[in-house]
Design a protein around this ligand. Structure first.
Ligand code: TXA
Ligand code: MG
Length: 354
């Protein structure tokens, strides 16, 4: 049976953390909050435990995991080489929502890395996550704690929905702050490459280490003929049950277009969801209107995005029309997740705006 433990993330009770850390050390699975999304963790050095993660999630074995650590020194154990740029980045952004890819050492069992010669490492800043890793005394391999194909969980209730009965412990530490998964940066190439955008933005990385490339497959439909660098990118992730369409263009035209599309779908007897913002929500009349956040504070949109996608499913909507967002700063992470949720379906709002 799954044990649910509530822990205050601002003042974590160490005896409760120790209980969960013991479960990890004994080869069990523990879901825990991080600042980005919830993870489902196992002792990285326990091959059987790590295998159980893939089974619980229904995740393909060829998709490697991130190793979560609580001390920078551990990086030197898990890797063959730590580039200068990595040192600068770890100093500035750890603990925090940045995952770095290194050449792996023999200490990392290959079940974690899907047989690749690289390893993904991150140091989360959430206090519960940090303490759990410290007290377990081992790196914790953890993918997002959702069933494969579902939006990542940003609240313990989402983890319970997806994984109750399949893992040993779920730590309820409240809602995650960031809401989208960590930025993944590959440091094994001459010029670092962003494999997944997150709250540590392209702009922030460039400001610190100079040239950074963005994997070209990030914002377009994966080409089945091209093998992506990050195996996870080839899967259609984050998809709710409803069909999602992103409506793009000038905001006024977008609102008008969504209104028209909604009326049309309602006529067909469909249940329609609208992903709106603080700035636009009152302009919609019909449909299940949910405010995802404030356009002037895009981090609120990142924080609520996955939860809103799950909420549309809970309400049983058939189709969702979402507004679109700028691609700069955290907008790149938001649009990357939204495009995946939509299976890259978009509608361009044209014509006269009123
Ligand atoms: O914020 C996060 O990163 C969350 C929390 C729990 O830490 N974790 C997370 O893990 O999102 P996951 O497994 O859902 O996503 C990890 C991504 C996948 O796209 C995977 O393909 C990529 O990182 N990845 C892992 N190891 C890699 C490697 N050696 N080379 C390239 N990509 C790698
Ligand atoms: Mg995931």
């Amino acid at each position: 049976m799954t044990k649910i433990i509530k822990i205050d993330r601002n003042k974590p009770d160490v005896s409760l953390i120790d209980f969960a850390a013991e479960v990890i050390r004994k080869g069990g699975l523990v879901a825990f909050p991080t600042e980005t999304v919830y993870g489902i963790g196992a002792n990285s050095f326990d091959i059987e435990a790590v295998k159980k993660i893939f089974i619980a999630k229904g995740r393909p074995q060829d998709n490697p995991l991130i190793l979560h650590i609580a001390d920078i020194e551990v990086v030197y154990d898990l890797t063959l080489h730590v580039p200068e740029k990595a040192k600068v980045l770890m100093e500035r952004f750890w603990p925090g929502p940045l995952t770095l890819i290194f050449k792996k050492s023999d200490k990392v069992p290959s079940v974690n890395t899907a047989g690749m010669d690289t390893v993904a490492i991150r140091m989360p800043s959430n206090k519960i996550a940090h303490l759990l890793i410290k007290r377990a005394g081992v790196p914790i391999s953890a993918p997002s704690a959702n069933v494969f194909g579902k939006p990542s969980p940003t609240d313990a209730s989402h983890v319970i929905e997806d994984l109750y009965g399949k893992i040993d412990v779920i730590i309820d530490g409240g809602k995650c702050d960031v809401g989208v998964e960590s930025t993944v940066l590959d440091l094994t190439e001459k010029v670092p490459v962003i494999l997944r955008p997150g709250a540590v933005t392209v702009e922030m990385l460039k400001g610190l280490i100079g040239d950074v490339l963005i994997d070209p497959s990030l914002l377009k439909k994966p080409d089945e003929n091209i093998k992506p660098k990050s195996p996870g990118m080839k899967y259609k992730h984050y998809s709710p049950n409803a069909e999602v369409y992103i409506v793009k263009g000038d905001l006024k035209k977008v609102v008008k277009k969504i209104q028209e599309l909604t009326e049309e779908q309602l006529k067909y007897g469909k249940k329609v969801g609208i992903m709106a913002t603080v700035q636009t929500s009152t302009q919609y009349k019909n449909g299940e209107i949910i405010v995802v956040g404030d356009r002037d504070k895009p981090e609120t949109i990142a924080k609520n995005l996955f939860e809103v996608l799950r909420e549309f499913d809970r309400r049983g909507v058939d189709v969702v029309f979402s507004e679109s967002f700028d691609y700069d700063n955290i907008g790149l992470a938001i649009m990357n997740r939204l495009e995946k949720a939509a299976g890259y379906k978009e509608i361009i709002a044209e014509g006269e705006s009123q």
